[in-house]
Design a protein around this ligand. Structure first.
Ligand SMILES: [Zn+2]
Length: 120
């Protein structure tokens, strides 16, 4: 994964953003294996959605979730899949295509993982 260190991206509140498989990250941010795995999961999602449909779906789901309960960003199915599996460094070896579709609905164990990772 190509990594670009810049103060311009990402926007406030975020430490890294994956744009078309290139990771933009602020200077000095430590990229853990977990964080890299999270971003690689997004790269897999983007490839299978032919990039443009990933960003359209991501934006649409975020907008739909804004008025809903909870953090809209964290509840996007692409993010739920990435956060739920980032600790499994072998996840991408066996991940089925379009696995994010199983994360559209909130499930108890996802909520548990969400609570565990919220302070990063
Ligand atoms: Zn993410």
């Amino acid at each position: 994964m190509k990594i670009v260190r810049t103060t311009i991206l990402p926007f406030k509140g975020f430490t890294a953003i994956n744009l078309l498989g290139v990771l933009f990250v602020h200077p000095g941010v430590y990229l853990s294996h977990e964080m890299m795995n999270h971003e690689r999961i997004h790269s897999a999602q983007q490839r299978e959605m032919l990039f443009v449909f990933f960003y359209l779906a991501y934006l649409m789901e975020w907008l739909l979730r804004l008025p809903m309960r909870g953090n809209a960003y964290r509840n996007i199915s692409f993010e739920r899949e990435a956060y739920a599996n980032q600790r499994n460094l072998h996840y991408l070896e066996t991940r089925p295509h379009y696995a994010w579709r199983h994360y559209m609905k909130r499930r108890p164990h996802h909520h548990y993982q969400h609570r565990k990772t919220i302070n990063r």
